[in-house]
Ligand binder design. Structure first.
Ligand SMILES: [Zn+2]
Length: 754
């Protein structure tokens, strides 16, 4: 009878167990769920930054135990579960002994838990009740079926707590001893293997003696199990433990900040906890050093911010990004990332207006554009240098960054269309409606980010194909990232041609020596009021973008694109191509050479007398012959010969007529620009005990009526128009007074106030 009931009970137990086994399968997803930290590494695998897991847990998953050679696996088994390799997940022998000890009321020596049940508990902490123990045992048996011994040991080692915020042996090994778990000595392995039972109490950095005692216990167990010899035990026990903390990596800080900010992909789990970025360590070093060196010089002229981006054309991968000269410089907002701060674009957007005009067939590099005074709907612009050039080719207009031709092109395109184009190019910061910017968008009245600017130029360098910039390897390797054609390869090539070459290089003052450098196309920009200096350069390999300015928007006379940023660009080119062997763009098939009238720059008509060669886009560039040279209407009969006259639009004709007159200054005019008050070497006296405001009048002799910027000791103190007088409240000491015109002319004087 008893036997029968026992067998029924046993059988129903087995059936229930089997039922539960199938009804409650092991939650396999949880095996890959860790509070994992994410390590950002550069493209060569060197750590840049570590982002801790939830609740700032430091858990790293690189370690795969080698059970035959690594001490840590053996030490953990000796300390926690000596029959690990043979039991089915539960140590029945130990359980039996525990039950016996409980029943006989003797001291409980062993909790009978195995590495398998402990792994379950680490994955899913439960209150220590009998029911919880049954559930854990059940799950441990399932775990053994799914994983096998080696993988369970790995799960345990990656989940065990090691004091402080450390979870898993990889983090513990690196943070306490500065080495990988596989490199731990017997003594070190025994020290760490003793910790998970009571991670805080056995911390070797806080309680060295207690932790040493625990190490002895683990070594004893290893000796008892025959894992080590007595000699090895003695040796390990006498070996001094040297704690050596591995510092958390902190490289390319702005790049990592940006990546962690923008990262929206799946959280890396298990083995993917290492995120490979696009950063190239060599280029990043070059970028950091170059920026720091030039920033040191500019700092003397009150310019404290600067940023630099190097982007690979083919993939859109960001190879270097520096957001400030010194991340740790709190006094100048060093942590603010200048590469993604919206700043006034200056002339840097003009090439896109030219490329669009070329794709619409309206201009070619040789087309004559009028740089003459004219009224636009909202304002009367002047050029950066306050002069007008009359008729110039599109090539020259872009090279000299003339304002009127750029405005005219955008006017023809329509401000709405130009804004739409810029948004397609990825300028996310141009959020306001077209009416807000107006035509001024061509002159840079919108704010852009350096990184977006670099990426937009990459579109030109890629033959007109736009794709998003990449910070991680994920997008670049899959090749699935979105891309779209914005410009034709012909228009892109023409822009690169116009912005490069020897003639172009010679326009940078002081860098004639660099004309022999590899060929690059480049465009500068200076925002109004000397607040931002830009340069973006590109060749088929890379786009290099440089910005200088102050995080708080303070102006400086040094902030002229060509003066501040271009030397940095040349240094980068030199650094990227030490052997002078950079590639250049191949001419697209659709580019044709044609003869144009050298006066109008349009295809030769029947009455044109001089011609020159020009590039055109086959089937796209306008083929309309020259309309400027026409027969004079009524002279034919009188003289019997043919008289040709030039017919220009009213404004151009007026300009050409007035050129010899007095009204308009041209580049040919010699302009005088010098300080008349104060004169260099002036000594003035500030009188105490006088209530009146004592001011020094500032005056410059100039024939123009452009905007003037007055700086005292590199601080902007006043702005004025032409001869309008301005003044400066006296301060005692030596001072340098500088007046800059918006055309870049300047005059200075050293003064002394007693
Ligand atoms: Zn002509």
């Amino acid at each position: 009878m008893i036997l029968r009931w026992t067998s029924i009970a046993f059988l129903s137990g087995v059936v229930l167990f089997a039922l539960a086994w199938f009804l409650f399968p092991f939650p396999k997803d949880e095996l890959s769920r860790y509070p994992a930290a994410m390590i950002l590494v550069d493209r060569e695998g060197t750590p840049l930054r570590m982002r801790l897991g939830p609740h700032d847990v430091d858990c790293r998953l690189q370690y795969h135990p080698n059970v035959t050679t690594d001490w840590i696996g053996k030490a953990v088994i000796a300390a926690e579960d000596k029959r690990f390799w043979s039991h089915p997940g539960l140590d029945l022998l130990a359980m039996g002994r525990a039950v016996f000890q409980n029943l006989t009321g003797r001291r409980v020596v062993s909790g009978a838990s195995t590495l398998s049940t402990q792994t379950i508990r680490l994955m899913h902490p439960r209150r220590r009740t009998l029911v919880a123990k049954c559930v854990e045992s059940f799950r441990a048996l399932q775990l053994e079926r799914i994983l096998g011994k080696q993988a369970i040991l790995e799960q345990y080692l990656n989940r065990a707590p090691f004091g402080a915020n450390l979870v898993g042996i990889e983090a513990a090994s690196r943070r306490y001893l500065g080495k990988e778990p596989g490199d731990l000595s017997l003594a070190e392995a025994a020290l760490l293997a003793g910790m998970p039972q009571s991670p805080t109490r056995f911390r070797p950095d806080r309680f060295p003696e207690r932790s040493r005692k625990r190490q002895g216990y683990v070594l004893d167990r290893m000796l008892a199990l025959g894992m080590i010899t007595a000699e090895q035990r003695t040796q390990a026990a006498s070996q001094p433990i040297v704690l050596r903390r591995d510092a958390y990596p902190f490289q390319a800080p702005h790049f990592c900040d940006l990546l962690l900010d923008e990262w929206s992909g799946p959280e890396p789990q298990s083995r993917d906890a290492v995120m490979r970025t696009t950063l190239d360590p060599g280029m990043q070093r070059l970028a950091e050093e170059t920026l720091r060196r030039h920033a040191a010089t500019l700092g003397q002229e009150q310019v404290f911010g600067g940023a630099l981006v190097i982007l690979e054309v083919k993939t859109g991968a960001v190879r270097a990004l520096v957001g400030s000269p010194d991340y740790r410089d709190k006094s100048h907002a060093g942590q603010v990332n200048g590469a993604v701060a919206p700043r006034s674009a200056g002339s840097t957007l003009k090439p896109f207006a030219y490329a669009l005009a070329m794709d619409q067939g309206r201009i070619t590099p040789g087309t004559m554009l009028a740089d003459v005074p004219r009224l636009f709907r909202d304002y009367t612009p002047v050029n950066f240098d306050g002069q007008f050039n009359g008729l110039v080719t599109a090539r020259t207009a872009l090279m000299l960054s003339l304002n009127i031709p750029a405005l005219t092109l955008v006017e023809q395109e329509g401000a709405d269309d130009f804004l739409r184009l810029l948004r397609q190019l990825g300028f996310t910061t141009l959020k306001k409606p077209a009416s807000h910017y107006g035509l001024g968008l061509a002159l840079g009245n919108g704010s852009v980010r350096l990184l977006d600017l670099a990426n937009a130029y990459a579109c030109l360098a890629r033959g007109g194909e736009w794709r998003p910039y990449q910070l991680t390897d994920v997008g670049t390797s899959s090749g699935r990232c979105p891309h779209r054609h914005i410009f034709s390869s012909e228009a892109s090539w023409l822009i690169a041609e116009m912005l490069s070459g020897d003639e172009r290089a010679a326009t940078t003052t002081g860098h004639r020596a660099d004309v022999r450098l590899p060929r690059v196309a480049w465009k500068t920009g200076t925002s109004s009021g000397f607040r931002d200096a830009w340069v973006v350069a590109f060749n088929p390999d890379y786009v290099m973008a440089v910005w200088f300015g102050n995080p708080d928007g303070n102006p400086s006379p040094a902030l002229v694109g060509a003066r501040a940023a271009v030397p940095v660009m040349w240094d980068l080119v030199r650094g990227l191509y030490p052997a002078n062997d950079a590639p250049w763009f191949a001419r697209p098939a659709g580019i044709q050479s044609r003869l144009v009238c050298s006066v109008s720059g349009t295809p030769v008509g029947p009455h044109c007398s001089t011609t020159s060669e020009d590039w055109a886009i086959e089937g796209v560039s306008s083929a309309k012959p020259c309309l400027v040279h026409q027969l004079k209407a009524d002279t034919g009969q009188v003289t019997g010969g043919v008289v040709v006259e030039e017919r220009w639009p009213t404004e151009v004709a007026a300009f050409l007529r007035d050129r010899s007159g007095t009204g308009i200054r041209t580049r040919q005019d010699e302009t005088q620009f010098r300080l008349v008050s104060p004169l260099d070497g002036t000594v003035c006296r500030k009188i105490d005990d006088v209530a009146v405001d004592q001011r020094l009048s500032l005056k410059v002799e100039t024939r123009g009526n452009e905007c003037l910027y007055w700086f005292v000791d590199n601080r902007l103190v006043a702005q004025g128009l032409g001869s309008t007088p301005v003044s400066w409240p006296l301060e005692r000491g030596h001072h340098v007074v500088v007046c800059c015109s918006s055309s870049g002319q300047s005059s200075r004087a050293g003064i002394m106030v007693e």
